[in-house]
Ligand binder design. Structure first.
Ligand SMILES: [Zn+2]
Length: 250
């Protein structure tokens, strides 16, 4: 009997010993599984994340760049327009120039107009004497536009299709007499009111959005400097500079 009890006691001790060894081991295995599955989950998440990222990148590559247009009024200027044209050419940028007829003729700037055309810029009408159209009688307003069209067309050999009304004042009835489409603007940094290019640049880059038409003047040193900095900053953000006709068509 004593031996039997001793054997039973040994059995209990043995069982306890086994439990002491096995339970933590089992826990370790369980924890190990959890660790493994957590790693798998993280791996899975990363894989999905990477896939999404790659899909987004492919989409961005497939998508067209956001477009904006730079427009320059009141030129050509014998001093500043060539500097601007050099800068735009270097950056592969096309812009739109709304020209004052008088500035082409009396300034002897026909060569600049030809260069604007040759380099792929769009040329529009900005009246002959830079006048507020709505303050003129119908015939005088018509003559302001017609004379300027003739001067430009005499140089480029192409029909002028667009115009920018000085001071933004347009007479709708004129569209029946002369086929030019008035083009307004959406971003106006008032570049003529400051000599500080930084001020112009900041106003434009903080305001600008896709499809915006930016109003500048190529008859000031500060405006030309600002325009080229605007191009550099916005090209880096992924914008593509186009002539206004591309924005109006879409
Ligand atoms: Zn103007």
């Amino acid at each position: 009997m004593q031996i039997k009890r001793w054997m039973q006691g040994l059995g209990v001790v043995y069982t306890l010993l086994l439990l002491t060894i096995c339970v933590p081991g089992w826990r370790m295995i369980r924890n190990g599984d959890e660790v493994q599955s957590t790693i798998k989950r993280i791996d899975g998440k990363q894989t999905v994340g990477q896939r999404e990222k790659e899909e987004q990148e492919t989409e961005t590559r497939g998508k067209e760049k956001p477009k904006i247009a730079l427009t320059f009024d009141d030129g050509p200027s014998a001093v500043y327009t060539p500097v601007l044209l050099d800068g735009l050419e270097k950056r592969g940028v096309k812009a739109t120039f709304f020209l004052i007829g008088k500035n082409i003729e009396t300034g002897g700037n026909a060569e600049i107009v030809k260069r604007e055309q040759d380099e792929g810029h769009l040329i529009g009408n900005h009246t002959y004497n830079h006048v507020e159209i709505t303050k003129l009688d119908d015939e005088s307003a018509y003559q302001e536009l017609k004379r300027t069209n003739e001067v430009i067309e005499g140089i480029t050999g192409e029909t002028v299709e667009f115009m920018r009304p000085p001071f933004g004042a347009w007479q709708k009835a004129l569209e029946k007499k002369i086929h030019v489409l008035p083009v307004m603007w959406t971003v106006d940094p008032l570049d003529w009111a400051t000599e500080n290019p930084d001020e112009i640049v900041n106003k434009v880059v903080t305001e600008v959005e896709e499809n915006d038409i930016i109003l500048l003047h190529d008859c000031y040193d500060s405006s030309v400097k600002a325009a080229l900095r605007i191009v550099d900053l916005l090209q880096a953000e992924g914008y593509e500079f186009v002539t206004v006709d591309e924005l109006l068509v879409n």
